[in-house]
Design a protein around this ligand. Structure first.
Ligand SMILES: [Zn+2]
Length: 320
């Protein structure tokens, strides 16, 4: 079974503390978050994760994506759309992914693991989905008549971002759409916008949705995605999809670690969740990951949770 993460890892930053970095900082060339990417990548590899992330250490999921786009403005934590959306600097995400890939390869060169295992390793490109981006923002200056128009416009921009991440070496692309489980999103528009992005790339495409997704499964099964990624540890409703939609499921990202609390799960707890997916779909159709991003957890807890998740997967190697 392949292991992965949803995306975010506890962030770290470092002010310049030597002459060279101070000079770089003077010219606006110093990056205080590089250490956060290095830490996130190194810890995920050390925990034994196969498909890692760059840690999404720079900002929350909305700002991280919005700063690549013209038309977004921020007032405190509130985001607003003040003009027609256009691509600004898609290189931001691409550069972080490339740096993550470089750190990952350095870490892997020091690890004593088989070629086969190394081949499974990679880094995923993560994009905050257009429905979540638009529904979490206000629309001002009559820049769009309806949120739906803004969502479809944004999907065209995010399509370019997905392509640039694929070109930069991503092993897969994941779009995060927590708002899809809230009931306020037009699911037809959601499908159209997600398909716009997924059709533009050739690597595996996953959609991550937090919360209870049981009620929207009929809609989600119509989406053109390779992997549906949900939480199964922190809620006990989602697990019913394995009984009620067993014939319709393709590949599932199986969240089996509760990312909302600091308690480290036992192997038995994790194995119990994974087995429910294994029995229905088999190991080739599962990606094992935590329920959600780990940004808000203390770092030692995040690392321990990932480690016990990998140990749980290993303990299932001979399970059929
Ligand atoms: Zn989530």
């Amino acid at each position: 079974m392949i292991s992965t993460v949803v995306g975010s890892y506890p962030s770290k930053k470092q002010s310049p503390n030597n002459f060279k970095d101070s000079v770089l900082n003077y010219f606006g060339l110093y990056d205080e978050y590089k250490i956060g990417i290095e830490n996130a990548v190194s810890k995920q590899i050390k925990a034994g994760i196969d498909i890692i992330s760059d840690g999404q250490v720079r900002d929350d999921m909305i700002k991280l994506c919005a700063k690549n786009i013209i038309g977004y403005e921020f007032e405190g934590n509130m985001s607003k759309i003040t003009s027609k959306l256009r691509a600004k600097n898609l290189k931001n995400s691409e550069n972080d992914l490339k740096y993550g890939l470089k750190v990952m390869n350095e870490e892997l060169s020091e690890l004593n693991i088989s070629k086969k295992e190394k081949k499974r390793k990679g880094i995923k490109g993560i994009i905050t989905g257009p429905n979540t981006m638009i529904h979490s923002s206000t629309i001002e200056n009559n820049s769009y008549k309806a949120k739906e128009d803004a969502i479809l416009d944004l999907a065209e921009i995010l399509k370019l971002e997905a392509k640039s991440l694929e070109k930069a070496g991503a092993k897969m692309i994941q779009v995060d759409e927590p708002f899809l489980s809230t009931g306020i999103v037009n699911m037809e528009i959601a499908k159209e916008s997600i398909n716009t992005i997924s059709k533009s790339i050739t690597i595996p495409f996953s959609i991550h949705i937090c919360g209870v997704i049981y009620d929207i499964m009929p809609d989600l099964l119509e989406f053109n995605v390779d992997i549906l990624d949900f939480e199964f540890a922190g809620n006990n409703t989602n697990i019913n999809i394995f009984n009620d939609y067993d014939d319709d499921l393709n590949k599932i990202g199986l969240g089996c670690i509760d990312t909302k609390n600091t308690k480290i799960e036992t192997i038995r707890e994790i194995v119990n969740i994974i087995k429910k997916g294994l029995d229905i779909l088999g190991s080739k159709n599962l990606l094992i990951d935590p329920d959600c991003g780990m940004r808000t957890l203390p770092e030692n807890i995040a690392f321990s949770k990932l480690k016990v998740m990998v140990e749980s997967i290993k303990s299932l190697e001979s399970y059929n």
